[in-house]
Every structure is written in C-alpha cells, then in structure tokens.
Design a protein around this ligand. Structure first.
Ligand code: SAM
Length: 282
C-alpha cells in the first residue's frame, strides 16, 4: 500500500490542522508513517488516499489517529518521585487548607489521562492524605480524567489492569486500593467514586473552572508551539487563583506563559497560578 508519499502526508496534515487544530509538523516522518500504516490497516483502507477519504467522513477515526500519534503510553506512578513531591508540595497543603477552612470540595483534572493509570495514581495519593488527616467523609473529591481516545477511556473506566501493568504500585497500596481478580487487578470502588472519565480535546476552551490542580503529563510535548500556548492558556483559565499545574518532566512553560505561573518544584514541573503575572519566570 502506497501511504508514505508526500501527497498523502500533506492531505492528512491539512485535514488534522483544519478540523482539529492538530499540527503534525513537529512529528518525525517515520513515526507519522508508522501510525498511518497502522490506522489504515485497521480501517481496511486500500491506499493512502483511501484512508484520507475515511478521515474526511469519519470523525471517530480522526480521534483514533490523533490518539495514536499522541501515544497512549502510561503507567501507575510514572516517575514515582514526581508523585512523592506532588503529594508533599501540593496535595498535602491543599487537603490541610480545605480542612482548616471547611471547604468541602477538592477539584482535580487529569488531562490526557490515556488508560487511567495517572488518574488512579492521583486518587490514591489523595486517599492516603485524607486517611492521614482523618476527615475522609468531610471532603468531597472530584477528579476528572479526560482524553481524546475513546478506546483509552474505556480501559480507564473499567479500572482493570494486568499484573504487568500494576508493577509501579507498591505492595501496601496494591492491597489497599486494588482487588486481585482472576488475571489481574481491579481498582476499588472508593477510587472509582472520586473519578469521572470523559472525552475531551485539550484545545477546546474548558468548561470546568476553579480547579485546585491540573495534572497534564507527557501530552503537550507532542504539540506545536501555538497548540502548546493554547493549552496552557486553557489551563490558566480553568485553575482557581493559586491553583497548581503539573506537567511532565520533559515539558515546560514557554515565553510569556512563564509569567502566569510561579515554580513550586522545577524538576518535577510543578507550578502555581500567580495571582498577578510574575516579573521574571524561572
Ligand atoms: C503519552 S500519553 C500520557 C498519559 C499520562 N498523562 C502519562 O503521563 O502517563 C498522552 C495522551 O494524551 C492524549 N492526547 C493527545 N492529544 C490530546 C488532545 N488534544 N486532547 C486530549 N488528549 C490528548 C493521547 O490520547 C494520550 O492518551
């Protein structure tokens, strides 16, 4: 199947840009070709142009292609130190402040959550903090996990993972927050009650506001600079004053967006929304 020609590349590039603002310029061509070959094979397309036709009439396929270009790779407690720091510098102070002020809801967005491991990891850290302060019934935890990929979200909603996939979870947390079933592990209802998974494009203006924390790791690294800026602006809009933002270790804020946040932990890319734009970034 001829799929690696420039015409196919340019047509797909234009379609993704026009329909979703998704810019593939920054992707390596071989990675792009591999993804297209895979998706064309799955959809039974006979040629590159055939696949372009499919993309034009099937919105769900556009989602699948973007998701495969964006890579669904994820893990529980990915970069485990980052979750330790997230707990001590963000979740603990947030929970303590809520208890002190009598605020009832803790609102978190796990953006680009793939198959849910990141979202459940955050929920486990929150559950541990609630246990520590002993007020688990007083604070309502609302965590939303969003992604473009419907198939990734199906896995996330099920909350069932193979033994291989839960390797990043230590024994104590595994026995507390998972139930061993036939061939894998099922997350407990306590975590499921905290989380709602829904489909969403990070480029769309978020409807949710006044969030305490947004975690968006290993997603914007695949984005072009204009997309990157747009997503950061969306996060800034969705956070409450002094809300926190956590990116992946290889991602950061760029240009004028640096002034919108203050660094909390640079190594783990944790930032706090500045009440007034800060003079110099970090
Ligand atoms: C590499 S995974 C990262 C998963 C998780 N955040 C982590 O760090 O382990 C990237 C995820 O971002 C999602 N994604 C890519 N572009 C997106 C967009 N524009 N809107 C929402 N999700 C997107 C992909 O579908 C994929 O599941």
């Amino acid at each position: 199947m001829e799929i690696e020609d420039d015409e196919t590349y340019n047509l797909i590039k234009r379609h993704l840009l026009n329909s979703r603002g998704f810019d593939i310029t920054g992707y390596s061509r071989s990675f792009f070709n591999r993804s297209i070959r895979k998706r064309a094979g799955r959809t039974g397309s006979k040629s590159g142009l055939d696949y372009v036709g499919r993309l034009r009439k099937d919105d769900a396929e556009v989602n699948e292609l973007i998701a495969s270009l964006s890579v669904n790779v994820t893990d529980f407690f990915r970069d485990s130190d980052a979750f330790t720091v997230l707990t001590s510098r963000v979740l603990r102070p947030l929970v303590e402040k809520k208890v002190q002020l009598g605020w009832s809801a803790l609102r978190i967005w796990s953006a680009g959550c793939a198959t849910g491991q990141e979202t459940y990891s955050i929920a486990i850290c929150v559950a541990e903090e609630l246990k520590r302060v002993g007020t688990d019934s007083d604070i309502v935890v609302r965590i939303v996990g969003t992604d473009l990929s419907p198939s990734a979200l199906d896995v996330a909603r099920m909350g069932f993972y193979s033994a291989e996939r839960v390797k990043g979870v230590n024994d104590a947390l595994l026995s507390e927050y998972f139930r061993e079933v036939d061939s894998g592990y099922q997350v407990v209802p306590l975590l499921k009650r905290m989380i709602r998974f829904s489909k969403g494009n990070l480029l769309d203006r978020p409807t949710r506001r006044f969030l305490d924390l947004i975690v968006c790791r290993n997603v914007i690294i695949y984005f072009s600079r204009p997309m990157h800026d747009k997503v950061i602006d969306n996060f800034h809009h969705a956070l409450r004053p002094e809300g926190y933002l956590m990116l992946g270790r290889t991602e950061t804020l760029m240009g004028p967006r640096r002034r919108l946040f203050e660094a909390v932990d640079h190594e783990n890319r944790i930032f706090q929304k500045a009440s007034v734009p800060v003079k110099s970034g970090f």
